[in-house]
Unconditional design. Structure first.
Length: 337
């Protein structure tokens, strides 16, 4: 298949986080067939009893390309027009998978060895795939991670810090609020204080940001709420401890603060001849913890349409990405960076 055909084939297999098995099995089959023709090895790397990463290697991999199999919901199938391939995961990150596979196929045709492909589960939610892969070291010196950067090499990416806030109160009839204790009022008071936190900024990465992603709680309009929750996501440009300590102080003695995720911001190297960018999203790179080599971050597609009902990838960018990945791998294999 060419990159467009493979993108569509992958997009048409639903693989929201936690339900990646069918897409992972398809990828394993595709790469196993490629490996059989080219003296490589393809394997399933267990993550949980139901979930697995897919790894294919040709020789001892000095350079590994990697991205994620899972997508956010909701699923919608592929379609294409003259300019774009549309569908869930088309740019984040199934088009990237297709471009990486096509680049490796071209390299193998030219006799290139010592390279690998690693496709992981869970990036959009729990990062279990990259965390599992970090426990395995196959000797790779460089990791090319794929996310939608419009084919520009990312010099930095923001970190992420996610919390669940839990407030508890006492039930009462809403006509007699003095007999109860509103968990929603507690939560709103703390959220108000959290929004007043002065967040760090950085010359390269820009400003830290806060998103209050979900708020739930209460039982009925005429009942004083005995429970309420909120989920927060900070995009970090500096040490997570600064923001973490501020959130804990804001909530102290009033509600529970449960940390769900922490990924520190990253700075990465430039490559001569490639345009660069800085991205505000978080990737799996920190979770690999260097086990697969020095990281680079680049991929086709725009993050601005990822996770939306308009998700799509330009066929032109997809084709350019195949060439980019091929050339970057050649440089890395030749230690020409």
């Amino acid at each position: 298949m060419d990159a467009v055909q493979l993108t569509r084939a992958l997009v048409d297999i639903e693989s929201t986080t936690g339900a990646e098995a069918r897409a992972a099995e398809y990828l394993y089959g595709y790469l196993a067939a490629l490996a059989a023709r080219t003296a490589g090895v393809a394997e399933r790397m267990p993550v949980t009893p139901q979930r697995f990463n897919v790894l294919a290697t040709w020789g001892a991999p000095l350079v590994t390309m990697s991205t994620h199999i899972d997508t956010v919901p909701p699923f919608f199938a592929s379609r294409e027009d003259d300019e774009f391939v549309w569908g869930r995961g088309s740019c984040d990150a199934k088009g990237i998978i297709a471009a990486m596979v096509a680049a490796v196929e071209r390299l193998l045709e030219a006799g290139t060895r010592n390279l690998g492909l690693l496709f992981v589960v869970g990036e959009e939610k729990d990062s279990l795939g990259s965390l599992a892969a970090a426990k395995v070291n196959r000797g790779s010196k460089f990791l090319i991670n794929g996310e939608p950067t419009e084919n520009k090499l990312a010099l930095g990416s923001k970190g992420a810090l996610r919390f669940e806030l839990v407030a508890r109160g006492k039930l009462a009839h809403s006509a007699y609020p003095e007999l109860g204790e509103s968990a929603i009022d507690k939560l709103l008071d703390v959220l108000g204080d959290v929004r007043k936190i002065s967040l760090p900024s950085d010359e390269l990465l820009g400003n830290s940001t806060l998103n209050i992603g979900t708020i739930t709680g209460g039982r009925a309009p005429n009942v004083i709420a005995d429970e309420a929750q909120a989920e927060l996501m900070f995009r970090l440009v500096g040490n997570s401890a600064v923001v973490r300590d501020a959130v804990i102080r804001a909530a102290h003695g009033r509600i529970e603060v449960n940390e769900a995720l922490c990924t520190e911001p990253l700075r990465m190297q430039a490559v001569d001849g490639l345009p660069t960018t800085v991205v505000a999203f978080t990737t799996d790179i920190p979770n690999f913890a260097g086990a697969w080599g020095k990281p680079l971050l680049i991929g086709p597609g725009s993050i601005h349409v990822a996770h939306t009902s308009e998700e799509r990838i330009s066929k032109k960018e997809l084709s350019e990405a195949v060439h980019l990945y091929e050339e970057i791998m050649k440089k890395l294999l030749a230690n020409d960076l």
